[in-house]
Design a protein around this ligand. Structure first.
Ligand code: GLV
Ligand code: MG
Length: 349
């Protein structure tokens, strides 16, 4: 096992020092762009102003014969635009594919100083993170990259879920994790054909009525992803990294997308993927705290200036623990307000 004293040492001579704390950034949605399509690349300047993170997708959904074009298109769109405080990420192909090595070496060589995060799919265990960590350090040194490129793992295999805690603590380069429900469903042998969301057959049947056994029994659909999101959030939060819900594939069902995103937000996730422009606004709405909640949270902080003791607000008991919950909401609201003047006004900042 690596000694704690070595954890924050650069993995290559000349590589930038690993970070000790993640940069504070708003990442309510990670917006996927297929970079081999010129029409899509042309939308990037507008997207920079609209989204929190732009991701050039090189992996699934890019046809095998367009992989090189997607990589070249991503480099082109990164070179052609200024991203300001909007994050620039890429999702590379998985490590056992024929494209992964060139995805990493070519993007870091060309745009290593612009790239914030590499999303690594199908992470099974720490060995995947350690490999990419070492390779990135070598490439950063070779190409004079000034700040470490972070790694974001997709949690989308049964083995990855089993190893989620070790993955979260594998390296100071870890930015966070996204739940990948489509690959995870396949890996687990789940009997579904969807990209995220619920399933009408997964639920709980109410007991028969004692009074009238012939009365129709309620059936209550449950969240298929509750367990995995909870495990991921615990692994991430306990290691100081960020948790995200991934894709929602039914673009025609905005309400179901909103419900899935909201469950993830309430459970501790900071954002989700947007695969379609309509999902950008849903993510903004869901992953920005509700103005009423912010108002109440501000009242808690004001009523308990040093965060200790107990007070009643509107008949509800507040103590150190609710003070900490309130602080999470107010800190996030401040971050949102810095980027979003309408919400800043609604929050009263
Ligand atoms: C995302 O990559 C997924 O498999 O859901
Ligand atoms: Mg996947």
């Amino acid at each position: 096992m690596k000694l704690p004293a070595h954890f924050y040492q650069p993995l290559a001579i000349g590589a930038p020092a690993p970070i000790r704390e993640l940069p504070v950034r708003l990442e309510r949605m990670i917006h996927f762009v297929p970079p081999h399509i010129e029409k899509m690349r042309a939308k990037v300047p507008d997207l920079v102003a609209r989204v929190d993170v732009i991701l050039g997708n090189l992996e699934d959904a890019i046809p095998a014969d367009a992989k090189e074009a997607a990589r070249a298109g991503f480099i082109e769109m990164a070179e052609a635009n200024e991203f300001g405080n909007t994050g620039l990420w890429t999702r590379i192909n998985c490590l056992n594919s024929p494209w992964a090595l060139d995805d990493v070496t070519q993007t870091v060589a060309a745009i290593g100083n612009k790239l914030d995060v590499i999303m690594l799919p199908k992470v099974e265990g720490v060995w995947d993170i350690h490999y990419l960590d070492q390779l990135l350090a070598q490439l950063e040194a070779r190409h004079n990259v000034a700040k470490p490129i972070l790694i974001h793992a997709i949690l989308e295999t049964a083995q990855g879920v089993k190893n989620v805690d070790e993955i979260a603590s594998a390296s100071p380069r870890m930015h966070g994790m996204s739940l990948g429900p489509a690959d995870l469903a396949a890996s687990r042998g789940m009997k579904t054909t969807r990209v995220g969301g619920g399933h009408p057959f997964y639920g709980v049947l109410a007991d028969p009525s004692d009074v009238d056994p012939s009365e129709a029994r309620g059936f209550y659909q449950q969240d298929l992803w509750h367990y995995t999101v909870a495990r991921m959030v615990d692994a991430c939060a306990s290691n100081g990294i960020k948790a995200f819900y991934g894709p929602f594939g039914d673009f025609s069902d905005l309400d179901a997308c909103r419900a899935q995103f909201r469950n993830a937000f309430l459970q501790g996730c900071l954002g989700a993927w947007s695969l379609h422009p309509t999902q950008i606004d849903i993510a903004k709405e869901v992953f920005s705290p509700d103005a009423g909640e912010v108002d109440f949270a501000k009242r808690i902080l004001e009523a308990m200036p040093d965060g200790t003791g107990a007070v009643l607000i509107d008949g509800k008991m507040q103590d150190d623990a609710t003070w900490k919950q309130a602080k999470v909401i107010v800190d996030l609201a401040k971050l949102v307000a810095g980027k979003d003047p309408d919400r800043a006004a609604a929050y009263g900042f």
